[in-house]
Design a binder for this molecule. Structure first.
Ligand SMILES: Nc1ncnc2c1ncn2[C@@H]1O[C@H](COP(=O)(O)OP(=O)(O)OP(=O)(O)O)[C@@H](O)[C@H]1O
Ligand SMILES: [Mg+2]
Length: 148
């Protein structure tokens, strides 16, 4: 587990970039599950992550569409927001496993991924973002080594 202390949205984006570099060089670690409350900085983290793997893509929270795709790099990046996604059926209907097979996946509100589904994801990386003050965040990365 790597712990990063962030004091600004820019530092949270930088943490996202660091993780993307690690994911790119670690073959097979293709699922990143983000955890954290409303306004924790999940989308900020994704912005940094995507800037490495799909440079120039505009990252927005896909709350109403469930998934955004960014395809300006070698591998497509799929950005999920499971805020409103419920049971196993929702995940199957979405074609979750096709995304897993096709590119790098990163999800907001991973708390809502059913256990049965999560258990089938190979080598997931988990990222917990906790608010420690108005601008302070503790970012814990589990499942991969990252260089800071
Ligand atoms: N250190 C920090 N890292 C990230 N965001 C920060 C930080 N300090 C303050 N913020 C603010 O917190 C908010 C984070 O918003 P963001 O959309 O990234 O959160 P989120 O976790 O994706 O929320 P949601 O659950 O609504 O999708 C922004 O308004 C940002 O300016
Ligand atoms: Mg968000």
């Amino acid at each position: 587990m790597t712990e990063i202390i962030s004091g600004s949205p820019e530092q949270t984006e930088a943490a996202g970039r660091a993780l993307a570099l690690a994911v790119r060089s670690a073959d097979g670690r293709r699922y990143v599950a983000l955890y954290g409350e409303l306004g924790a900085g999940k989308t900020a983290f994704v912005r940094g992550f995507v800037s490495v793997l799909s440079p120039g893509s505009r990252v927005k929270s896909p709350t109403y569409t469930i998934v955004n795709e960014y395809r300006r790099g070698g591998l497509p990046v799929f950005h999920f927001d499971f805020y409103r996604t419920g049971g196993e059926d929702d995940f199957l209907a979405l074609g979750f496993y096709e995304y897993l097979d096709t590119g790098v996946c990163i999800s907001e509100w991973s708390e809502n991924i059913p256990e049965e589904i999560f258990a089938t994801i190979p080598d997931p990386v988990r990222v917990y973002i906790e608010k420690t003050s108005e601008n302070g965040r503790r970012i814990s990365v589990d499942g991969i080594e990252i260089d800071l």
